[in-house]
Design a protein around this ligand. Structure first.
Ligand SMILES: NC(=O)c1ccc[n+]([C@@H]2O[C@H](COP(=O)([O-])OP(=O)(O)OC[C@H]3O[C@@H](n4cnc5c(N)ncnc54)[C@H](OP(=O)(O)O)[C@@H]3O)[C@@H](O)[C@H]2O)c1
Length: 233
């Protein structure tokens, strides 16, 4: 299997890349820093997904690897709101939403033309929430979740497959909230992603009970408790 993992120098993307390589797959990674991986079957493209040339980088990759089987979009940032610096919120949309949309257009578009493949996007259970602490994070996740789930429904019964993966708290640098209920390791998150590779799902949520917590928090959103649910970096 040939896979492209975007946002894999760290965290869930790195753990997922390692898990794919352990299965013997050919993997290419994309992120601003190189991934700490020196394994046969791995190569890396150093690229910021918010730069204009990102689209060309994806097209170049697809020209070389038209037989791609799997793409996993893991790139993400979460910025705490600073009312004196809304540019960080804009940057959050650029990575979590617009670059994910461009990746979907180019890579899923290629897969649709070939009736083949599986596109997995990493979103978050935070897609349910309204957050005064990190409004761009929750809004970008809401936007990308609804987009991927709508596209996934449009692809129902045919190939390629599209899966939207929604995590709660995963122990990476992004998740440094004061309370991290039901925290998962990055390796456990990667195992879950590999389960989705094996069995595509329109929406795959882990842990599911966090959905109830997020909904409850949204009900009391106008309360300070909401900060407990939002990753930051
Ligand atoms: N950790 C959690 O609790 C949690 C919960 C729910 C959902 N998620 C989602 O899971 C995904 C992965 O998160 P994580 O926890 O693994 O975060 P992470 O450890 O901070 O890793 C984020 C990855 O995204 C890459 N990235 C960030 N900005 C980029 C850019 N402009 N261009 C290219 N690559 C970029 C980073 O690489 P470079 O810095 O080298 O570019 C890094 O490899 C995100 O979408 C996140 O929202 C995480």
């Amino acid at each position: 299997m040939r896979a492209l993992v975007i946002g894999n120098s760290d965290g869930i993307g790195l753990a997922t890349t390692r898990a794919l390589l352990a299965r013997g797959h050919e993997v290419t990674g994309i992120s601003r820093r190189a991934a700490p991986i020196a394994a046969a079957g791995y190569d890396h493209i150093v690229q910021d997904v918010t730069e204009p040339r990102y689209r060309d980088v994806l097209n170049d990759y697809l020209a070389r690897h038209a037989d791609i089987d799997l793409c996993i979009y893991c790139a993400g940032i979460g910025a705490r709101l600073d009312l004196n610096d809304l540019a960080r919120q804009t940057q959050t949309f650029a990575v979590n939403l617009m670059a994910a949309v461009i990746t979907t257009e180019v890579v899923l578009g290629h897969m649709i033309a070939r009736d083949h493949g599986h596109f997995i996007g990493l979103s978050s259970i935070a897609d349910l929430m309204v957050s005064p602490q990190a409004p761009a994070y929750t809004a970008s996740k809401a936007g990308i979740s609804r987009y991927w789930e709508g596209l996934g429904r449009a692809l129902a019964g045919r190939k390629p497959k599209l899966s939207n993966v929604r995590f709660g708290f995963v122990d990476t640098k992004m998740a440094d909230a004061p309370l991290r209920p039901l925290l998962m390791t990055a390796d456990a998150a990667a195992r879950f992603v590999l389960g989705v590779v094996d069995r595509p799902r329109l929406t795959a949520t882990k842990p599911f009970v966090m959905t109830l917590l997020a909904r409850l928090t949204t009900l009391i959103i106008r309360s300070p408790l909401s900060f407990l649910f939002v990753p930051r970096n």
